[in-house]
Design a protein around this ligand. Structure first.
Ligand SMILES: Cc1ncc(COP(=O)(O)O)c(C=O)c1O
Length: 384
């Protein structure tokens, strides 16, 4: 079979799940107002950090009585400081259905050694969120970046829960509707949905999470980088832009620019619509081709950001080698970068569909995926 390459290429071949594609309007000159070489504690620096916090609140619709802090070490830093500062006061429930959630399970069970129920589901599936005892502290990931499976909504989380819900929402924030009243701790990082720079995380605390912080002291020592309280009181400054340690003012400027772009795109609604349209383009492609399918089994749990795909063709001999070879072909053609499945996930592809990706680029890339699939089937047959 003669395989012809598609006529058009995506203008931007960046479909990585993190760091994700930068905003479509990005150019370095947009960062020229960065407070470079200035103290983050000077007025100019503090004002920018405050604007980043309040811009986050505005776009994500975070309630006025929730605290928002910029913290070190990206999303991992935010999740770890929450777990190490808050857990241990009551029993925990650790929930995981892919690699990142499993990492949090291991931290809590093996490092913190907290009394915890562990609820896990395989890649492609999700834990039944209705089966959880919300009088325990529940740690879960809203959007499983490595399986492309997300929580459909927070309806089953009771308003009158006694435990805290601690949610890693890094690949959900700015693309999915997060029910703030059901989330006591929410974390994400700048390098994900808004295509920002790595290094910094965002920690969002509900009034109940603050109450826990001020009434409970963990039995273990906390490094300075995790400390959110002093003398039993929340360090308010952290949530007003007085960061624990020195932030990158370049990364802050980049985040402010991304927030401006998000505003211009219609805020959260606009960002969700962009991600939905991108993901639908991939889902429709899967529906039209019987050799590829969404890894998420239940359509209600399909991610609109980290869309994970598996090859389903019987002719494929070695699934992992095949998926890698397809991703390599696409990378070599310069039409899709970084779309191999996560290293711990089942063999396949992962196409980032968050709002910074243009739908026209997804649409232009998919015929190349079809081309690469057939080319690889042919190569495999020739090698046999
Ligand atoms: C669900 C989830 N949690 C945590 C992380 C780690 O994020 P970071 O590298 O920003 O700390 C990632 C990164 O991809 C993720 O997808």
């Amino acid at each position: 079979m003669a395989l012809t390459t598609p006529a058009t290429r995506p203008a931007n071949p960046r479909f990585s799940s993190g760091p994700c594609a930068k905003i479509p309007t990005f150019k370095l000159e947009l960062l020229q107002d960065a407070a470079l070489g200035r103290s983050h504690r000077a007025k100019v620096g503090k004002d920018k950090l405050k604007a980043a916090i309040e811009g986050t609140r505005e776009i994500l619709g975070i309630p006025a009585d929730y605290k928002i802090g910029i913290v070190p070490a990206s999303d991992t830093g935010a999740v770890e400081m929450a777990m190490w500062s808050l857990l241990g006061a009551r029993k925990a429930t650790m929930v995981a259905w892919e690699s990142f959630g499993s990492g949090w399970v291991s931290d809590v069970v093996k490092q913190l050694k907290i009394d915890a129920d562990v609820l896990e589901a395989d890649y492609g599936k999700i834990v039944d969120m209705a089966s959880i005892d919300y009088n325990t502290d529940v740690v879960f990931t809203w959007n499983g970046t490595t399986s492309g499976v997300r929580v459909a909504n927070g309806d089953v989380i009771p308003a009158d829960r006694e435990g805290l819900t601690i949610c890693d929402a890094t690949s959900a924030a700015f693309a999915q509707d997060l029910p703030w009243d059901k989330l006591d701790v929410t974390t994400f990082s700048w390098q994900k949905v808004l295509g920002g720079e790595a290094a910094h995380g965002i920690l969002v605390l509900s009034p109940r999470a603050v109450e826990r912080l001020e009434s409970y002291t963990p039995a273990w020592p906390l490094p300075k980088i995790f400390r959110l309280t002093k003398g039993g009181k929340l360090i308010d400054g952290i949530f007003e832009g007085a960061t624990i340690n020195t932030p990158s003012m370049l990364a802050v400027e980049d985040y402010l620019v991304a927030l401006d772009w998000a505003r211009a795109e219609g805020g959260l609604k606009g960002l969700m619509a962009r991600a939905d349209a991108n993901a639908k383009t991939v889902w429709d492609f899967c529906d039209a081709n019987d050799w590829i399918a969404n890894l998420a089994e239940d359509p209600a749990t399909r991610s609109n950001t980290s869309v994970c795909l598996k090859f389903t063709d019987d002719r494929i001999q070695d699934g992992a080698a095949f998926a890698k070879a397809v991703a390599k072909r696409l990378e070599a053609e310069g039409v899709a970068l970084d779309i191999g499945a996560y290293r711990d996930a089942p063999a396949g592809l992962r196409i980032w569909c968050g709002g910074t990706v243009e739908q026209s680029d997804v649409a232009a890339m998919l015929p190349w995926l079809e081309w690469a699939f057939h080319a690889e089937i042919e190569a495999q047959t020739e090698a046999a």
